[in-house]
Design a protein around this ligand. Structure first.
Ligand code: COA
Ligand code: MG
Length: 293
């Protein structure tokens, strides 16, 4: 059964904090951990999971904890990806991160709401995010999104492709059903939803294509693996000048129509209804939030 939607969600995807560019940093890479404090990304994922070799796990955990205590990451959201609780490291990761300042914990390989609940019990105070990256998760996505501690989803397209046995294609068609089910569930509950990484970090054109696709689908931003990818994600997941201009004109035209007791306006040969005005308002709020960075 699909649980009811919350009436109001303080962690709504409309919240002004941007998540256009969400950069992974391997937790054992000190140089990259320091460099991140100077990069133009909106959020950082301090990774203790797949980007860290088993023998480096305890050292990476200690280093990330130390950096979170001592480095000023400014406005960037600090998200720590812990290891899953069914591994040898997950519980210690959670306990160590409960002692430091971070903005959210990202739980890997979530398949069911119980995986979220287990971390929620260990870490009562921090917002939780779920990696949506197993073949089964799409079927449970709404129940995971409904968990009251969930603030965001990251779609893990690499693990998802591995689990399904899907091949990489530039249009991502083989993954779109699973990706869309996770996106729909997250959006239905007002969660932040971030797209998967683009592995070919020197291929700007390919990254642009995937960012365009993700933005058009409704994602709030893209996870990234390299600093060179940040500017492209920041540009594509921000409203363009043309979108801002259109939003202003839609709002103005609708206000005029209302004065004339009409429920519909026309801008550039297209109708504008109340719902378009709501979307236009979101576009302007996002643009204003970004202008204030
Ligand atoms: N975050 C912050 N800084 C990073 C970075 C990252 N993810 N990736 C690279 N950098 C830094 C490097 O430290 C280097 O800094 P420097 O110029 O001060 O020495 C600079 O950016 C240029 O790096 P470059 O030499 O082009 O990359 P690389 O060959 O060292 O590393 C990768 C390439 C892909 C191995 C590396 O970017 C990486 O580890 N990415 C993250 C992978 C990850 O977290 N995966 C898990 C989720 S999918
Ligand atoms: Mg993964």
């Amino acid at each position: 059964m699909i649980p009811p939607q919350p009436a109001a969600n303080p962690a709504a995807a409309d919240a002004p904090r941007p998540y256009r560019s969400v950069l992974y940093i391997p937790g054992a890479n000190e140089r990259a951990l320091d460099k991140a404090a100077t990069l133009a990304c909106d959020a950082i994922i301090f990774d203790l999971e797949d980007a860290v070799a088993p023998e480096e796990k305890p050292a990476a955990r200690a280093m990330v904890a130390e950096k979170l205590r001592t480095v000023d990451y400014g406005r960037r959201a600090r998200i720590v990806r812990v290891n899953a609780l069914d591994t040898a490291w997950g519980r210690d990761d959670c306990l160590a991160m409960a002692e430091v300042n971070c903005d959210a914990i990202l739980i890997p390989k979530v398949s069911r709401p119980e995986h979220v609940e287990a971390v929620a019990v260990l870490m009562p105070d921090v917002p939780l995010w779920a990696m949506m990256e197993t073949a089964v998760v799409a079927w449970h996505a709404a129940n995971i999104a409904a968990h009251p501690r969930i603030q965001g989803f990251v779609v893990g397209t690499n693990d998802l492709a591995k689990d399904i046995g899907a091949r990489y294609r530039p249009d991502r068609e083989p993954l779109l059903t699973a990706i869309s089910m996770c996106l729909l569930a997250g959006k239905a509950y007002g969660r932040i939803v971030i797209d998967g990484v683009y592995n070919a970090f020197k291929d700007d054109e390919g990254l642009r294509r995937e960012c365009d696709q993700g933005r058009d689908m409704g994602f709030d931003g893209k996870t990234l693996i390299h600093p060179a990818q940040i500017a492209i994600a920041n540009e594509i997941f921000a409203p363009s000048e043309a979108e801002i201009d259109l939003a202003r004109r839609q709002i103005a035209a609708y206000a005029e129509a209302e004065k004339a007791r009409k429920g519909v306006a026309v801008v550039d040969g297209k109708i504008v209804e109340k719902l378009h005005v709501v979307a236009a308002g979101r576009t302007l709020a996002k643009a204003e939030a970004l202008a204030g960075l």
